[in-house]
Design a protein around this ligand. Structure first.
Ligand code: GLN
Length: 240
C-alpha cells in the first residue's frame, strides 16, 4: 500500500511544530508497512490534488495568510476544493483551517477573501484566545491541543464542528464548538502538534485515506504507551 501526502505551504504555515503532523502520519504508516511520501507544495508550485491521498495545511500568522492569498487563488483553491468534494482526507490547522472558509477579517480590519470551500467565516478580535485545551469528536476521541488565535470562527449549516469543547475557547469562545468537518476534511485550531499528541486521531485519518484507496483496512495496533502517558499528563496538568 502506498499513500501520498501533499504538504501545502510548509515554509509559510508551520506554527508550533505543525510539521510534526506529517512526521506522525508518516511514522505510523511506515510502522505498518505502508509506503508514504510527502511533497512540499510551496508558493509558485503547480498542485494537482488527484496525485495525493492526504492534504495537510498548517497554521500561520495573519501576515503569512495574507502573503499567500494570491498564490492560493491561482489554481490551488480549485484543486483543494476538488479534493474536499471528492472525499480526500484533509487536515487543516488554525490559519490553514481559516483559509478553507469564506473569509477572514483580521482584528485590524483587513479583509482576506478565502476560497469558501466550506460554509464558515472568521473574524478577528484584539484579544487572542490562547491556552491548552481539549475537545471531543462525535466518535468519542478526546483531543488535547494548544490554541492561539485572534480569529473567531462561525460555522454555517453546511458543515459540522469537529468536536465539542471540554476546556478552552475553540472556534469562538461562545458556542462550545471546535473546528470543522465535512466529508473527510477536518479543520481545527489545535496546534501542539495535534497528531503526535492524539494518536487515535492520527489513525482515524490514516484509516480514512486507506479506505478511500484500498477499501476498509484494519490498522495493526502500535505501541502507544509513551503517547498515552504524555496525554494523561497533559489532561492532569491543564484540562481536568
Ligand atoms: N492568524 C490566525 C489568527 O490569529 C491564525 C493563527 C494561527 O494559525 N495560530 O486567528
Amino acid at each position: 500500500m502506498n499513500i501520498k501526502i501533499a504538504h501545502l505551504y510548509p515554509d509559510m504555515l508551520n506554527l508550533y511544530g505543525d510539521r510534526g503532523n506529517i512526521i506522525a502520519l508518516t511514522q505510523r504508516m511506515k510502522q505498518r508497512g505502508i509506503d508514504v511520501s510527502t511533497d512540499a507544495i510551496t508558493m509558485g508550485k503547480t498542485f494537482n490534488a488527484d496525485d495525493y491521498d492526504i492534504l495537510f495545511i498548517g497554521g500561520g500568522q495573519d501576515f503569512e495568510q495574507d502573503v499567500l492569498l494570491d498564490d492560493l487563488k491561482k489554481g490551488k483553491d480549485a484543486e483543494i476544493n476538488k479534493a474536499i468534494q471528492s472525499s480526500k482526507v484533509m487536515l487543516a490547522i488554525c490559519g490553514g483551517f481559516q483559509m478553507l472558509g469564506k473569509y477572514y477579517k483580521t482584528y485590524d480590519g483587513k479583509m482576506l477573501e478565502y476560497m469558501g470551500a466550506l460554509d464558515f467565516y472568521t473574524e478577528g478580535k484584539p484579544e487572542r484566545m490562547i491556552g491548552n485545551y481539549a475537545f471531543k469528536t462525535k466518535e468519542g476521541i478526546e483531543i488535547v491541543g494548544f490554541e492561539n488565535h485572534s480569529g473567531r470562527t462561525y460555522l454555517g449549516t453546511g458543515v459540522e464542528p469537529l468536536g465539542k469543547m471540554i476546556k478552552g475557547y475553540g472556534n469562538n469562545g461562545e458556542d462550545g464548538t471546535e473546528g470543522v468537518r465535512y466529508k473527510n476534511t477536518f479543520g481545527t485550531y489545535s496546534h501542539g502538534p495535534i497528531l503526535p499528541k492524539n494518536p487515535q486521531f492520527a489513525d482515524f485519518l490514516i484509516s480514512k485515506a486507506l479506505e478511500n484507496k484500498y477499501g476498509k483496512t484494519e490498522l495493526a495496533p502500535l505501541d502507544d504507551i509513551l503517547e498515552e502517558k504524555a496525554r494523561k499528563q497533559v489532561f492532569k496538568l491543564y484540562i481536568k
